[in-house]
Write a protein that binds this ligand. Structure first.
Ligand code: ADP
Length: 456
């Protein structure tokens, strides 16, 4: 428990120094000097040795000051917590000022100690685990929750945190904190089937504050949601296949009644939409769950770009936009070709879908690189997107204009898929857009995802 230093009492006779000026203290010394010189001068005159007596008087005065200096030094060196010795004149004033400054400093110090003690007490009472590490990543301090959640105990003081939390995802997070703005989720080393979310904050030179909390409940709920979407998508697949199969069979009949054509066309288009939705949901759920998919194949970019361009042209026949392909890079990508093709394809079909028909639509699909990154870009001069929608665009089912998206057959999952695929390739999406002017979607890949193309 924090105990403040005892505050010594100031003697009443010392109070008088507090508001006096230096001249007031000096006057006392001058009076003493004058008195001594007067007495020794008179004696000197009496015995006819004025100079000698005055010198003796002066020596007495200086000796007194040396004595005072000795007393001051003794007090400062050995008993500075006690009230200062009772000296008069300029030494008394000096002592009192030192004493007062010391007392003020002690009060500030006591306040600081109290504050630190309170901060520690409140951190100790927190449900979240808190661990402080120094510049060498050694554990300096932790609270009770850290013992419970992270199994840190007394023997771990001064040990490297990376020797205690050894999971590769944590080690990677520790060294590349900027890449994980939300921290990392780890399996608890204490309780089976428990999960802890860890967030690090850098402070000082290289010290870190680690905060961890139990997210098992949220994790389980999230897993339930994923399982539910996964199961329902699988369950919907079979009835949808049966439905579209029968619809096709009926419409292919020679004696198909043309009166039913419109209804059957609508049924077919709706089953196609539902199929697309189910496929996108399954793809998203696979992207979230299945981290085993190879992300280290060499993806031949010129051939992928050509294939994407051919698919875009086939899709574009209904729209009639002008399509351009612009490859200005000798780099290939390291990743999963099917996932990248699906993400890039989504960006291209969006550009075609959201550019009005009428002959003036122009869409450019590009791949280039600079010293730092590789850029896959899709530029269109279509309907564009208002600035306020951009931050939420990659959320599932977020649509700027639901009616239009439904009309164009969109599922609302395309950009969520793009975001996931890019995230798994350490890449990110940048969107520049202006309503009624057009948009540019840019997938930016870091240097370590690029490799020199073997095709000339
Ligand atoms: P959807 O299946 O509805 O197209 P996406 O996730 O692919 O879903 O896109 C989300 C929303 O972003 C779309 O509904 C659309 O409003 C907007 N959007 C995407 N790409 C473009 C684009 N190139 N131009 C204008 N709006 C776009």
């Amino acid at each position: 428990m924090y105990e403040p230093y005892p505050t010594p009492q100031v003697k009443p006779e010392q109070q008088k120094y507090r508001y006096s000026s230096l001249w007031e203290y000096a006057k006392y010394d001058i009076k003493v000097l004058f008195f001594i010189l007067l007495i020794t001068g008179l004696i000197g005159l009496g015995i006819n040795h004025l100079i000698l007596c005055l010198s003796i008087g002066f020596t007495i005065f200086i000796s007194f000051h040396f004595y005072a200096l000795y007393v001051v030094n003794q007090w400062i060196s050995h008993r500075s917590y006690d009230a200062p010795p009772n000296l008069n004149g300029i030494w008394g004033a000096l002592l009192f000022n030192i004493y007062r400054a010391q007392r003020q400093e002690r009060i500030v110090q006591a306040d600081m100690v109290g504050l630190i003690a309170r901060a520690q007490e409140s951190l100790f009472a927190l449900g979240e685990a808190v661990v402080l590490t120094d510049e060498l990543h050694q554990i300096e301090w932790w609270n009770a929750a850290a013992e419970r959640l992270l199994n840190i105990n007394q023997q771990d003081k001064g040990r490297n945190i990376l020797g205690i939390l050894r999971q590769p995802s944590f080690v990677d997070y520790f060294h590349n904190m900027e890449q994980y703005p939300d921290g990392v989720k780890l399996n608890s080393s204490v309780y089976e089937d428990h999960h802890v979310q860890i967030k690090l904050t850098r402070f000082g030179m290289e010290s870190r504050l680690l905060v961890a909390y139990d997210v098992t409940r949220v994790h389980n709920l999230e897993q339930m949601r994923k399982d539910f979407v996964d199961n329902i998508s699988h369950e919907l697949r079979t009835p949808l296949t049966v439905l579209s199969g029968y619809l096709e069979t009926f419409t292919d009949q020679d004696d198909f009644n043309p009166r039913w054509k419109r209804a059957f066309d609508q049924m077919q288009s709706q089953t196609r939409r539902m199929n697309a939705l189910v496929n996108d949901l399954l793809l998203l759920s696979r992207l979230e769950n299945d981290r085993q998919v190879a992300k280290n194949q060499i993806v031949d970019m010129p051939s992928l770009m050509t294939q994407l361009f051919d698919d875009a042209q086939a899709y574009n026949t209904d729209y009639g936009h002008m399509l351009n392909l612009d490859i200005d890079s000798h780099c290939d990508l390291i990743g999963s070709d099917t996932e990248l093709a699906s993400a890039f394809g989504n960006l291209i079909t969006n550009a075609i879908k959201y550019t009005p028909r009428g002959g003036s639509g122009a869409i450019t699909i590009g791949w280039h690189d600079d010293q730092e990154n590789g850029y896959f870009t899709v530029q269109d001069n279509g309907i564009g997107i208002d600035l306020k929608h951009l931050p939420r665009l990659t959320e599932r089912f977020y649509r700027v204009d639901s009616a239009r998206s439904r009309h164009t057959g969109g599922t609302g999952l395309g950009l969520a898929i793009v975001k996931h695929v890019l995230m798994q390739h350490n890449a990110h999406l940048e969107i520049e857009s202006e309503a009624n002017k057009g948009s540019c979607f840019k997938a930016i890949f870091p240097k370590d995802r690029l490799c020199q193309s073997e095709t000339p």
